[in-house]
Design a binder for this molecule. Structure first.
Ligand SMILES: Nc1ncnc2c1ncn2[C@@H]1O[C@H](COP(=O)(O)OP(=O)(O)OP(=O)(O)O)[C@@H](O)[C@H]1O
Length: 271
């Protein structure tokens, strides 16, 4: 492996993400406690769990932003934490929850930041970087915002721009922390359609989500966390069921069916 290229890894090992036995603690508490996450390429994996269950902490470990105290993160056969920061930046994009955008720069320049791992640090953006950024803006439904200053954007507009920056990065693994929490219903569905298109191109996607019906709509697999541990992992049909969800969330859950798609629609009531 060279300094700035991650993978392609061992041809015999399965592609996608394979994280095993991840452990990370802070403040004298284990926040991620022996977690395994497997996400094959071509799939969207939903990371679910109540507030404080460890989703954000786990995403940072998977992204290589934080080094686990124990365990491994392997992407396409290559150990992510053994790779250089530049190699990781080429391979992995993380869209953080409520990422701040307080630089006085245009949306297009913000999205061009996603191209930095792919170009020489001393050189400015090339025509191909600009093309990739414009395509990413278009895919994220943010093309009309390209000349706006990012500090003036609404919460939902910022969320689209953050997604566009990650798309411009052209990662093999895209990690997202509640990418739809500021979006109106149409924009939520559009974001999930963007993720489905990415996985169709072989990208591996792992996204934290609170809205379980959205997870049922868009995910192939889900991983349910509680208190830093995986309490269930599998298909939507296996995991998004009352007997699994009710003890974790402490609410009554009924699973209905979407009249158009047949996918699960979850209804909640206080227990
Ligand atoms: N650096 C830290 N030091 C101490 N505690 C932390 C630290 N980072 C996170 N925590 C705690 O770890 C737990 C897990 O936090 P995390 O942000 O991963 O949860 P989450 O599942 O993403 O939550 P939410 O759904 O509310 O966004 C929380 O109780 C949080 O307060």
């Amino acid at each position: 492996m060279t300094d700035d290229v991650l993978g392609p890894g061992d041809a015999r090992s399965p592609g996608g993400l394979a994280a095993e036995r991840l452990r990370w603690g802070a403040g004298g508490r284990l926040l991620v406690d022996g977690v395994d996450v497997t996400a094959p390429p071509g799939t969207v994996t939903g990371l679910l769990g109540p507030n404080g269950s460890g989703k954000t902490t786990l995403l940072r470990l998977l992204a290589g932003v934080r080094r686990p105290e124990d365990g491994t993160v392997v992407l396409d056969g290559t150990d992510l934490h053994a790779a250089s920061a530049r190699a990781r930046a080429r391979a992995v994009a993380l869209v953080e929850q409520d990422a701040t955008t307080d630089l006085p720069i245009t949306v297009l320049d913000a999205v061009l930041l996603g191209r930095i791992p792919h170009r020489s640090l001393l050189a400015g953006p090339r025509a191909s970087d600009r093309t990739a950024a414009l395509e990413a803006l278009d895919a994220a439904g943010a093309a009309a915002l390209r000349d706006r200053e990012v500090t003036t954007l609404s919460g939902g507009e910022r969320q689209r721009v953050h997604l566009a920056r990650a798309l411009a990065q052209q990662p093999r693994l895209l990690l997202l922390d509640e990418p739809t929490n500021h979006l109106d219903v149409r924009a939520q569905l559009e974001t999930m359609t963007v993720l489905r298109k990415l996985v169709a191109d072989g990208v591996t996607v792992v996204t934290a989500l609170h809205e379980l019906t959205m997870a049922a709509h868009a995910c192939d697999h889900v991983v349910l966390l509680a208190a830093g541990r995986v309490v269930a992992a599998g298909t939507v049909e296996d995991v998004l069921v009352p007997e699994v969800l009710e003890p974790v969330y402490g609410v009554r859950v009924d699973v209905l069916r979407h009249p158009r798609t047949g996918r699960p629609v979850l209804a909640y009531a206080e227990s």
